[in-house]
Design a protein around this ligand. Structure first.
Ligand code: FES
Ligand code: FES
Length: 159
């Protein structure tokens, strides 16, 4: 076992973990943060497990909990500020960017990072940015629209 100290959504956790425990399992099973989903067999193909590591989107099934020692993690539970949803969350709600919602946490985390790097993306760039996220329901049209709407909301908020 190894002791790790990881800040998750602003709260610091010190836990003893097996060296091979995946970060996604640490979040879901130790911290009960089940908004981070597992949609493939930990192969890094579905993106449902995406979280932020020090602000950058990473697939938490491709990382060990011990690799997050000393780092800041944000999960989908940490995206809203209290009752106030993020612009991207609001845009997903307004544009019907989800159906079953299974893929949504990972897409929200990935696209939050994406919009930080590219605040004014084209639809093609949004589609490229979504390559690592699989959605089995929507056909992506509404997801792309939601990301575009969020970019507009963020631009308006920055004015
Ligand atoms: S669970 Fe599918 S990419 Fe991580
Ligand atoms: S909304 Fe169902 S998998 Fe994407």
């Amino acid at each position: 076992m190894q002791t790790v100290t990881i800040k998750v959504n602003g709260e610091t956790f010190t836990e003893s973990v097996p060296p091979r425990l995946l970060l996604v399992d640490f979040l879901r099973e130790r911290l009960a943060l089940t908004g981070t989903h597992v949609g493939c067999t930990h192969e890094g193909v579905c993106g449902a497990c995406t979280v932020h590591l020090d602000g950058d989107a990473v697939k938490s099934c491709l990382m060990l909990a011990v690799q997050a020692d000393g780092h800041d993690i944000t999960t989908v539970e940490g995206l809203a500020k209290g009752e106030e949803l993020s612009a991207l969350q609001r845009a997903f709600r307004e544009e019907h960017g989800l159906q079953c919602g299974f893929c949504t946490p990972g897409i929200l985390m990935n696209m939050t990072d994406f919009l930080k790097r590219n605040p004014n993306p084209t639809d093609d760039e949004i589609r490229q940015g979504l390559i690592g996220n699989l959605c089995r329901c929507t056909g992506y049209v509404h997801i792309v629209r939601a990301v575009r709407t969020a970019a507009k909301m963020l631009a308006a908020e920055a004015r």
